[in-house]
Design a protein around this ligand. Structure first.
Ligand code: 7RM
Length: 635
């Protein structure tokens, strides 16, 4: 069976087969990849523990699938096109052959610096080719990468490094994003004060920001490359990995406490990322594919690096942001490289929409054949703008629903093959069995129903555990509903059986497509010395999708509200990162609590949404009067 589905009928047949014969189906798909040794057993699973194993007994290396196997046919073809933040700086192209050499070289650098199979490596780099090279170099030698988004604070990095006991950090002097120069190395220096496990830091030269290098710990990327170059051979044999060996850890926010390290393993993840990439975007040889995500998020892992490269695609990597130096930036890139497939986020679309038609004038969109959206629900207005202005109504939009934990796209149109519907992720991909359940865990059958979205059968790309804490994995995803993976999302299945994801049903916010736990933001706010207590909720935001609304109780001393507000914002930036900064802070004298002391978030959410008329039953509150005060002071 080839990877790509070619008609709606074909989809229906394949989907049926994938549900009736999942093991045969996934074995057929897996035949399209390169194995050192094939599997003994396709699947073994239970959602109780959970214990999930795909392609047991198989041996492989994902970089042989992403690089080596293409060398004969695509060696001179571009694997990665890199566009810098500043349009005046030259772009770079890495052919598959060049990518191979660079990955091997850097894999040898990692080995020279003491990294072995199974070691954890933290990667904190800007969106430069060396980020993809680092990720692949880890995979080459069987080291486990943990990429941390460049926008996270020293504290967040330290937490992540410590959770995984990383031995080595790969960073850069600094990174450019828009008109900002982020002092990555200085941030790492701050983080490492708290990290005992790290004994080496490899520093790439990017921004030429002055940095301090600590003797014995810090080395320059370029020096290390020179050392392996003088050894001559730019080859690094790929480590033979077991199907279920860990490939990477990626931290993501949940409704409680600190972010969890989502663990993905080698074979299942590879098959799933590759299969979904080939299918959803219907990638054709020679096409230029541009995913605007950051590799610090799962979308970048699966759909800038592993998915496209496993399919021999040309993947375009952009260092900057949509609005720098002008809001035409994306469209200039589309024109410059004749981009055929553009995969971006609703928040970026809404932000660019807000500049009107001027930035689109005179730009050539004729290369665009397929569009994709990811990260949050796409509102109809943004969907139509994307369709009309960017796709000229000729490019199908794949509204792709999926999560860090899923490894790859789960519910989505297949571009040009299955129908689209504005605001809908539409139908599950083959192998994915979504179910909607009510509060009591009862499956809601038939169409025209809404409930909590669960998946009732394993798929190869699913998470296997949360690093160092399997119980947390079980609790979070597999204990709410028996024998199902619970997504945390609410969902509608309409009269045609199409799925529309309506948003989180837990205390997780989605701000500009970034997952942020309300508890995390509260903890950060509470670190401010003047703060007694806080409660954070989301509210609808024009551009970001959701904004962060914080209700804060201050202590007894005198406060200058403006100054305190600024200080709280600074505290959140320092503890988590700028992405978690509250958009609104309302100082209150109390919070609506039940007699047992639980904050009634439902009420706070309504007030933040501006829906103060119908707050429902407040009689169970300890102090109902506090609600009036909060209503009056609402921002
Ligand atoms: C890929 C990614 C996951 C959460 C998820 C949803 C929301 C993502 C869509 C969406 C509606 C979509 N991973 N979400 N895609 N909601 N339509 N097409 O974003 O782990 O960072 O976030 O994002 O709530 O649970 S993520």
């Amino acid at each position: 069976m080839s990877l790509q589905i070619k008609s709606f009928d074909n989809y229906k047949r394949v989907y049926d087969y994938s549900v009736k014969e999942p093991e045969h189906f996934w074995a057929d798909i897996a035949e399209n990849f390169q194995w050192r040794k094939k599997w003994d057993k396709v699947l073994e699973w239970n959602f109780k523990d959970p214990d999930i194993k795909w392609f047991q007994g198989a041996k492989l290396n994902i970089t042989e699938n992403c690089i080596d196997r293409h060398l004969n046919t695509l060696g001179e073809k571009p694997a990665i096109i890199w566009e810098p933040n500043d349009p005046e700086e030259s772009h770079r192209v890495l052919t598959y052959k060049q990518l191979h050499d660079k990955v091997c070289q850097f894999a040898n650098v990692l080995k020279n610096n003491g990294i072995e199979k199974g070691d954890r490596v933290c990667i904190y780099l800007p969106m430069v080719p060396e980020l993809a090279i680092s990720v692949l170099a880890c995979a080459r030698i069987g080291a486990i990468h943990s990429v941390v988004f460049g926008g996270f604070s020293a504290q967040s990095i330290a937490d992540r490094i410590n959770d995984a006991s990383c031995k080595l950090v790969i960073t850069a002097d600094g990174g450019f994003r828009g008109n900002k120069d982020i002092p990555l190395k200085a941030i790492i220096d701050d983080a490492l004060v708290q990290c005992q496990s790290v004994n080496k830091v490899i520093v790439l030269t990017r921004s030429r920001t002055p940095v301090s290098m600590i003797k014995g710990r810090d080395v320059w990327w370029e020096d290390e490359i020179r050392k392996v170059e003088t050894l001559g051979n730019p080859v690094c044999p790929a480590e033979e990995m077991d199907a279920e060996d860990v490939l990477f850890i990626l931290y993501t926010s949940g409704s409680t406490g600190k972010p969890k390290g989502v663990v993905h393993t080698t074979a299942g993840y590879m098959v799933y990322a590759g299969y979904t990439f080939a299918n959803v975007f219907q990638y054709q040889p020679g096409e230029v594919y541009f995913c605007t995500a950051d590799i610090g998020w799962i979308t970048g892992h699966s759909y800038i690096v592993y998915g496209p490269l496993s399919q021999g695609a040309t993947t375009l990597m952009f260092e900057g942001i949509p609005t720098y130096p002008t809001p035409s930036r994306f469209w200039d890139i589309v024109e410059k490289y004749k981009v055929n497939i553009l995969y971006t986020a609703p928040t970026a679309i809404r932000s660019l929409m807000s500049f009107g038609d001027e930035p689109l004038k005179g730009k050539d969109f004729s290369s665009i054949k397929k569009l994709g959206s990811v990260g949050e629900p796409i509102n109809e207005e943004a969907w139509h703008w994307f369709d009309e202005k960017i796709g000229d109504k000729k490019a199908p939009i794949a509204d792709t629903w999926w999560q860090t934990e899923n490894g790859g796209i789960m519910i989505s149109p297949i571009a040009g093959v299955t129908p689209t519907k504005p605001g809908y992720a539409t139908l599950p991909l083959p192998g994915i069995q979504p179910v909607l359940v009510d509060e009591n865990g009862k499956e809601l059958e038939g169409n025209d129903v809404s409930g909590n979205l669960c998946i009732k059968f394993p798929w190869p790309g699913m998470l296997r555990t949360t690093y160092g804490d399997h119980e947390r994995c079980r609790q979070t995803y597999f204990s709410t509903y028996e024998n199902m993976y619970f997504t945390g999302d609410g969902c509608l299945r309409d009269e045609d059986g199409y799925y529309r994801i309506t948003g989180r049903v837990d205390d997780v916010l989605n701000v500009s497509g970034h997952r942020i736990g309300t508890a995390e933001v509260e903890n950060a706010i509470n670190m401010h010395s003047d703060v007694v207590e806080s409660a954070v909720v989301g509210y609808p935001h024009e551009i970001k999708g959701q904004g962060v609304y914080a209700y804060v109780i201050l202590g007894q001393s005198e406060h200058d509200p403006e100054l305190t507000r600024k200080n709280i914002l600074q505290t959140v930036t320092r503890i988590i990162g700028a992405i978690a900064k509250p958009d609104k802070i309302q100082f209150v004298s109390g919070l609506p609590k039940t007699r047992s002391g639980k904050i009634m978030r439902r009420i706070l959410r309504k007030i933040a949404e501006g829906e103060t008329a119908n707050l429902g039953d407040t009689s169970t509150l300890l102090d109902p009067a506090v609600v009036d005060e909060i209503k009056t002071g609402a921002l």
